[in-house]
Design a protein around this ligand. Structure first.
Ligand code: PLP
Length: 374
């Protein structure tokens, strides 16, 4: 072992993926009209027990569509965790609103309800929790705060398809749940995204805005300056086949999680996200290594690379990006997002990774940590 390249992620096609995509191609319906779009949306909605599912071209614009349909605009503030993929905050900016970056909880690495409370102002319109790395955020507390202050909740479930919070699927707590189907996600459509909601009005607005703002009863009459955020029939064909496999894919990721835990569990310097009794989906197995700096963390990743093991740094806090310095809620107090970021490394996680490979990756990581600590 040691020579074969182990990538960080890889898509898995176990079922009808090829058949459905070829069928979409053969049918000639390659753009955003075609039967697979409807079937994929229906299957996604049914999986979540949601009334509506609206497919989009990617997860970033699913977030933008959700915020735009919710009426978020200039002068509004949206509370966002500081530790997330940049698209979460950018989607707020696309609406000319202000993302208010709040520190995350040191345990589950997700948006902290206490910090959310502190960040609320008269301009606050929404909370945008992220279920980071497939680990559910504290939705009970978030929904309580939202109820007290009459705030919208848009869930960023890009990394957490199938995760359960109190036995209920993430994405079904807030007003809208948004998903990504990028190639490294739980299911993929190449690029792709989805918004789910039980709210008829929000669903209708999202459908209209997704299609340039065109009036649903009068072709080429536009009531709003909307967007072209539609998914193609080819993407949806892939998505439908992936949804047929989703439980299998998640179960396989669970096994990878358990295998990594048993290999790394005895280490006193490796820590994981607290699951808090919820059901995470192992989107990307991510560890926090006590005492790391950005430089030492990067040195570990370089050493892993020399062993042909791909790894990935945890996201940098959004507050470190120069163009978001004006958005920080409590400058200098985003302690946990910074600490988790500099100590965090994601390890290869994909269906098909063998037990032997996991053992090799874990042993290599522990070896590299020791060298980096010297
Ligand atoms: C937390 C989070 N939000 C949003 C996105 C955006 O999704 P996409 O890459 O499909 O635009 C991603 C995906 O990479 C993500 O990880």
């Amino acid at each position: 072992m040691g020579n074969k390249q182990i990538n960080i992620a890889r898509p898995t096609f176990l079922g009808n993926e090829r058949k459905y995509v070829l069928d979409a191609l053969d049918s000639g319906w390659v753009s955003s009209i075609g039967p697979y779009i409807d079937s994929f949306e229906k299957s996604f909605a049914a999986y979540h027990g949601a009334k509506h599912a609206i497919a989009t071209h990617n997860g970033t614009i699913a977030l933008h569509l959700a915020l735009a349909a919710s009426g978020i605009g200039e002068g509004d503030e949206v509370i966002v965790p500081d530790l997330t993929f940049i698209a979460t905050a950018n989607s707020v900016r696309y609406c000319h609103a202000t993302p208010i970056l709040t520190d995350v909880s040191p345990g589950d690495w997700n948006i902290s309800p206490e910090e959310v409370r502190k960040a609320i102002t008269p301009a606050t319109k929404a909370i945008l929790p992220v279920h980071l790395y497939g680990n559910p955020a504290a939705m009970k507390e978030i929904m309580e705060i939202a109820g007290e202050h009459n705030l919208l909740v848009i869930e960023d479930c890009a990394e957490a398809l199938g995760a359960l919070y109190q036995e209920r699927k993430v994405g079904t707590f807030g007003d809208i749940g948004c998903f990504s189907f990028f190639g490294n996600k739980i299911i993929t459509t190449g690029e792709g995204g989805m918004c789910i909601t039980n709210n008829d009005e929000l669903a209708e607005r999202m459908r209209i805005l997704r299609d340039h703002g065109m009036n649903r009863n009068k072709k080429y009459w536009y009531d709003h300056p909307g967007f072209n955020y539609r998914m193609t029939n080819m993407q949806a064909a892939l998505g439908l086949a992936q949804m047929e496999q989703v439980d299998k894919l998640i179960a396989a990721r669970d096994e990878i999680y358990q295998a990594y835990c048993s290999e790394l569990g005895a280490s006193s310097v490796v820590r994981l996200q607290d699951v808090n009794g919820q059901r995470n989906v192992n989107w990307m197995f991510t560890v926090r290594i006590t005492g790391m700096t950005f430089d030492r963390r990067d040195a570990i990743m370089d050493m892993l690379k020399d062993l042909c093991i791909d790894s990935r740094p945890v996201f940098y806090p959004i507050s470190l990006m120069p163009f978001y310095h004006d958005a920080i809620y409590t400058p200098g107090e985003l302690i946990h997002s910074f600490a988790i970021s500099q100590e965090g490394i994601s390890l290869p996680t994909y269906v098909g990774l063998t037990r032997e490979e996991i053992k090799f990756i874990a042993e290599s990581l522990l070896g590299c940590i020791e060298i980096a600590g010297e």
